[in-house]
Design a protein around this ligand. Structure first.
Ligand SMILES: [Ca+2]
Ligand SMILES: [Ca+2]
Length: 148
């Protein structure tokens, strides 16, 4: 299922495994359980988020042990970074994270994208907020939930 092209848009997933594709709107993805994947494509080559807006997701689940968990979810930025050469050694030049307190007193994790890494055309720009999730790019790389 795909987000909207402009404005804001809410997408409600099923309890099964869903594919959510970001589009130009500020999408709110409600995962609702299952192994869901959020896909970020390069929609606009001249935009700091690749034309994806600023999205948020409810129900993102981080793998907290080595056991497979039927609820863990994935973020796929392969296409978003397709004009770069991200590797495990430099991926953190492109994707970074900050943790922020939210209005209800919990913690959100905000993922930022810098489309040209150490290049100077782009700076880290908010892409996706994982609502009520405390994690980091390091952890998502370790659990292989960030696909690049
Ligand atoms: Ca979007
Ligand atoms: Ca789902």
């Amino acid at each position: 299922m795909s987000g909207g092209s402009s404005g804001s848009y809410t997408l409600n997933g099923t309890s099964g495994n869903d594919l959510f594709v970001s589009r130009g709107s500020n999408d709110e993805f409600n995962l609702n359980g299952g192994n869901d994947t959020l896909i970020y494509n390069l929609l606009n080559k001249n935009d700091a988020t690749g034309g994806n807006g600023k999205d948020s997701v409810n129900g993102f689940t981080v793998m907290k042990s080595t056991n497979w968990n039927t609820d863990i979810d994935f973020i796929d930025v392969k296409s978003l970074l397709s004009d770069q050469v991200p590797t495990s050694a430099n991926i953190k030049n492109f994707i970074s994270s900050v943790q922020v307190k939210n209005a209800s007193g919990g913690t959100d994790t905000v993922l930022l994208v810098d489309r040209d890494g150490t290049g100077t055309n782009y700076n880290p720009t908010e892409l996706l907020t994982l609502k009520n999730v405390t994690t980091s790019v390091d952890e998502l790389l370790q659990t292989k939930q960030l696909l690049f």
